[in-house]
Structures are given as C-alpha cells and as structure tokens.
Design a protein around this ligand. Structure first.
Ligand code: HEC
Length: 112
C-alpha cells in the first residue's frame, strides 16, 4: 500500500528540493572541510514558507520553473488567497490554475 502525500507536503517538497540541492552542494563542498551545523529548517513553518515563495517568485523564477506546481495548489498549500498569489507572486500573466513556468526562453537559457 502506498502512502498518499498531503497537498502541503508536495508543495513543500518542491521548494525544499530546490533549496535542498543548494544545501547538498554546499554540504558536498563542506565535507572536504569538516561538518556544517544543521540549517535548522522547519518545513511546517507556514510564514517561513510564504517568505520563501516571495523570494522564489522575486528572483529564482526569472530562470527556474516549478513545472509540477500550479499557482492554485501553492495558494492552497501555503494558506494564501487567489488574490494574494495573483497580485504578489505571479508576474508572467499566467492563470491561477497554470503551472509555474519561467519566462526564460529555452534557446536563450541554452545559450546562457
Ligand atoms: C539568472 C538566472 C538564475 C536565477 C535568477 C537563479 N538561478 Fe539557479 N541556476 C541558474 C543556472 C544557469 C543554473 C545551472 C548552473 C550550472 O549548471 O552551472 C542554476 C542552478 C541552480 C541549482 C542547481 C545547483 C546545482 O548544483 O546543481 C539550484 C538548486 C538553483 N539554481 C536554485 C536557484 C534558486 C533557489 C534561485 C533563487 C534564489 C535561483 N536558482 C536563481 C540560473 C539562475
């Protein structure tokens, strides 16, 4: 029997994956210099997750997509209204039900 992930777990997992990759890289580099202390991340802290979403949508989405996350699902999981998401976290003109896709054109991304 497979255990079904909660909706919030899936959105958290998407953000955590991006950040986890960065942490993983840092840890791999740190392994040569000694262990780092825990980052103390609390993935159940909704205010913290909302701040992370703000950072992601102000910086990272310029180049990175979250193609398996819809704006509507993120709103639900992070306790945000449709209005809050569409006014503050959507700068591409995407619809509420659309997945989060960066507007970086693929040919330019390849070039960069
Ligand atoms: C200006 C474009 C740009 C922005 C903005 C950007 N990234 Fe990246 N990111 C890249 C590129 C390009 C790579 C691939 C670099 C490489 O492979 O050498 C990358 C790689 C990554 C990786 C993989 C690192 C690895 O070691 O494999 C992660 C994770 C990541 N970015 C997360 C983020 C996060 C989180 C933000 C926002 C805080 C962000 N990126 C903002 C362009 C960007």
């Amino acid at each position: 029997m497979t255990k079904r992930q909660s909706p919030m777990t899936k959105t958290i997992a998407s953000f955590a994956l991006a950040l986890g990759l960065l942490v993983g890289t840092t840890q791999a580099m740190a392994a040569e210099e000694g262990d780092l202390p825990s980052a103390g991340t609390n993935i159940r802290d909704q205010a913290s997750l909302q701040r992370g979403a703000k950072l992601f949508f102000n910086y990272c989405v310029g180049c990175h997509s979250l193609k398996y996350v819809r704006y509507s699902r993120m709103a639900e999981d992070l306790g945000l209204s449709e209005d809050e998401v569409m006014k503050n976290l959507n700068f591409t003109g995407a619809k509420f039900g659309d997945p989060v896709i960066s507007h970086m054109p693929e040919d330019l991304a390849q070039q960069y």
